[in-house]
Design a protein around this ligand. Sequence first.
Ligand code: MLT
Length: 310
Amino acid sequence: AACGGGGGDPADYPEDDIEIVVPFAAGGPTDTVTRMIAEPMSEELGAQLVVQNVEGAGGTVAAGQVATADPDGYTVLMHHIGMSTAPALYGEDLAYDPVEDFRTIGLVTEVPMTIVARSDLEPETLEEFVAYVQENQDTVTMATAGEGAASDLCGRLLTSALGVEVTVVPYDGTAPAMEELVGKQVDFMCDQTTNTTGQITDGAIKAYAVTTPERIDALPDLPTTAEAGQPDIEVSVWHGLYVPAGTPDEIVEKLTGALQVALADQAVVDQMAELGTTPVEQDQATPEAHTELLTEQIDSWAEVIGSQGG
Ligand code: MLT
């Protein structure tokens, strides 16, 4: 936590910089969304939100760190769908309980994913890609941001739908994974539009499908997985903000208020639209809506991951 925070009167919060922990590498999708909202939130709170990237173990290192931070509002966690998949993936090895050890601030956004490949991978369509991976599963490589990452979850859905096992290459985030995909050192990945849209538009990588029921405005020519024959691969990546359990109500309310202001900011709306996403509705940027989704998702992903023998 930032120094000077602990022990202060919650009514005076914030009196110091606030650390906002991002569980993946700088420049990636989680980092990008965090930096978009950090500025308007800082303005609203009258204190600087300082982004801290704490990488490792698919986002679980950062969450574990924030779970045991002082509950004084000076350490905030940005996390995504991985908050709900980690219990099923890690079981008793998970050092924290996503519900018991945190208070939710509110949901932030829900980001579509895309199935993308190095620009010189042979297949041109998702249908061709499916056949290619099925024929070449011994040699094909898939990038992910580690067990617990959204790219890992989407990769599991994809390889399970295709009935294949491929070599997984884990990174500290999809920013470094994207560098290697652009550099043709790895074959494919499933990643959020907030990280892939620019590279797809520039032709630096190939894109096969978007994982949402509807096409997205930022990539209007890209078919949905259902259109391309893979309706079971449907996933989008919700993000939310957390503070350690025990953080006073007054602080949670201030952070939620600042989040809502940031999500209504036209610059934020525009930046998100360019990257294929939107802020959540204001009534979703609340602790109640966030906790409801988190608990529902923990149960539903436990079933999916359990049924895959993961
Ligand atoms: C990131 O920020 O690198 C991503 O959210 C990683 C992922 O979950 O796939």
